[in-house]
Design a binder for this molecule. Structure first.
Ligand code: XMP
Ligand code: MG
Length: 184
């Protein structure tokens, strides 16, 4: 899917495929340097992190395992509450592992903050976070995010794994939707 397939549903492109790729190269280089000589377990949070996971993992030269988790956050409307239920747990045992959580976007940071303490309780050697995007509200939560792709404005975005009603995840760029899409 590309901009041309969206008709007039696209408002504007925030981050092009090229910008995302360049930043992913930089993030991968940094992760490779930080985990040199170590094996890292990438933990992707379904479903949004699928694209970041695939694109980041393929750029890494360090030894990588990949695992997935699906969580649902109870909240009202579009805001998450920080009360989280595990829909699909990890297959991997985290004991002694270097875990790197891979996220598409951090908004309130509540989901991530829960996930962090949950994974930390499983005896890993280390747990760090990599996210492609971060919104301004994330600053309110005391979560140290080691790798951030881009800081974006407080707007709803789609593409590169992010959806509106499960659509637009397969856009290669990150963009905003025209107002008429939300009024359907
Ligand atoms: P937190 O707990 O950080 O939750 O508020 C982050 C989750 O909220 C969703 N989210 C978005 N999804 N476009 C999306 O498609 C957005 O702009 C957006 N902002 C937040 C997303 O599921 C993320 O994992
Ligand atoms: Mg979503």
């Amino acid at each position: 899917m590309d901009a041309a397939d969206m008709g007039d549903d696209l408002e504007r492109v925030l981050l092009t495929e090229e910008q995302l790729g360049v930043r992913l190269d930089e993030m991968a280089a940094q992760i490779d340097a930080d985990y040199a000589g170590k094996s890292v377990l990438l933990v992707g949070v379904l479903k949004g992190a699928v694209m970041v996971m695939a694109d980041l993992a393929r750029r890494l030269h360090c030894q990588v395992d990949m695992d997935w988790m699906a969580v649902s956050s109870y909240g009202s409307g579009t805001k998450s509450s920080g009360v989280v239920r595990i829909l699909k747990d990890l297959d991997a045992d985290l004991h002694g592992r270097h875990v790197l959580i891979v996220e598409d976007i951090i908004d309130s940071g509540l989901t991530l903050s829960w996930l962090l303490s949950n994974l930390r309780s499983r005896g890993p050697e280390s747990v760090e976070i990599a996210t492609m995007l971060r919104k301004p509200d994330a600053a309110k939560v005391e979560v140290d995010v080691r790798y951030v792709g881009f800081e974006i404005p407080n707007e709803f975005v789609v593409g590169f794994g992010l959806d509106y009603g499960e659509r637009y995840r397969n856009l290669p760029f990150v963009g905003t939707l025209a107002p008429h899409v939300y009024s359907h």
